[in-house]
Design a protein around this ligand. Structure first.
Ligand code: AP5
Ligand code: MG
Length: 186
C-alpha cells in the first residue's frame, strides 16, 4: 500500500499516519518530523531548515525532494509507505511523480483530511503546550494556515485529476476517522 496523507496544519495527519502505518505495516514518513530531527542533530539540512520552520515558511522544494529521493531509495523500495506532510507544493508533487516513475511505483490513494480553521488552531495551540515545537506561537500557527491554502491546497485538484483523492472529514473521534480512511483505501 502506497499512500499519502494531506491537509492543513493540525488536521491530524501525524496522528492518523502513526495509527495507519502500524495497522497496514508500512513505513511512515513525515517530512516535518524528519526536519525537526535534523534540526536537533544540527546537521547541514537542519541548519538550513530551522529559519524557514521557525517562521512558519516552507523549506525549499529542492531540499525536500533530495531528502525524499534518498529515503525512497534506501528504505522502502518494496515495503509500502505513507507520506505525511509531503508533497506540499505543486513542484514537490511533480518531482514526486518523477521519483515514483523512476522506481516503477504507483500511489494507491491521496487521503485529504479536512477541518475548519477554528478547530485546527484550537488543536495546535492545545498541543503547543506540550510539544516543544518552535512553530506553535499563535501568529506562526495562523501564518502556516495561510501558506497551506496558498501553496498546498492546489494539490487537492492535482490528485483529484489523477483520480487518487479521498476526502475524509477530520473532525470526530480519532478511531472513527481511522476507520473511514481504511474503508476508502480498500
Ligand atoms: P509538519 O510537521 O508537517 O506540520 P503541519 O503540517 O503544520 O502539521 P502538524 O504536524 O502541525 O499537524 P498534523 O496534521 O500532523 O496534526 P496532528 O496529528 O499533529 O511541518 C512543520 C513544518 O516543517 C512546516 O511548517 C514546514 O516549515 C516544514 N515542512 C514539513 N514538510 C515540508 C514539505 N514537504 N515542504 C516544505 N516544508 C515542509 O494533530 C494535531 C493535534 O490535534 C494533536 O495534538 C492531536 O493529538 C490532536 N488531534 C488529532 N486528531 C484529532 C481528532 N480527531 N480530534 C481532536 N484532536 C485531534
Ligand atoms: Mg504532523
Amino acid at each position: 500500500m502506497k499512500l499519502l496523507i494531506m491537509g492543513p496544519p493540525g488536521v491530524g495527519k501525524g496522528t492518523q499516519a502513526k495509527i495507519l502505518s502500524k495497522i497496514l505495516n508500512i513505513t511512515h514518513l513525515s517530512t516535518g518530523e524528519i526536519l525537526r530531527s535534523e534540526i536537533q542533530m544540527k546537521t547541514r539540512i537542519g541548519k538550513i531548515s530551522k529559519s524557514f520552520i521557525d517562521h512558519g515558511n516552507f523549506v525549499p522544494d529542492k531540499l525536500i525532494l533530495d531528502i525524499i529521493s534518498e529515503k525512497i531509495s534506501i528504505k522502502m523500495s518494496n515495503k509500502g509507505y505513507l507520506f505525511d506532510g509531503f508533497p506540499r507544493t505543486i513542484p514537490q508533487a511533480t518531482g514526486f511523480d518523477e521519483l515514483l516513475i523512476g522506481i516503477g511505483h504507483k500511489l494507491n490513494a491521496a487521503i485529504n483530511l479536512t477541518a475548519d480553521e477554528n478547530e485546527l488552531i484550537k488543536r495546535i495551540i492545545a498541543r503547543g503546550k506540550s510539544s516543544g515545537r518552535s512553530d506553535e506561537a499563535i501568529d506562526i500557527v495562523k501564518k502556516r494556515q495561510k501558506i497551506y491554502w496558498k501553496q498546498t491546497a492546489p494539490l487537492i485538484d492535482f490528485y483529484q485529476k489523477k483520480d487518487l483523492l479521498k476526502n475524509i472529514n477530520g473532525i470526530g473521534e480519532i478511531e472513527e476517522i481511522t476507520e473511514k480512511i481504511l474503508q476508502v483505501i480498500y
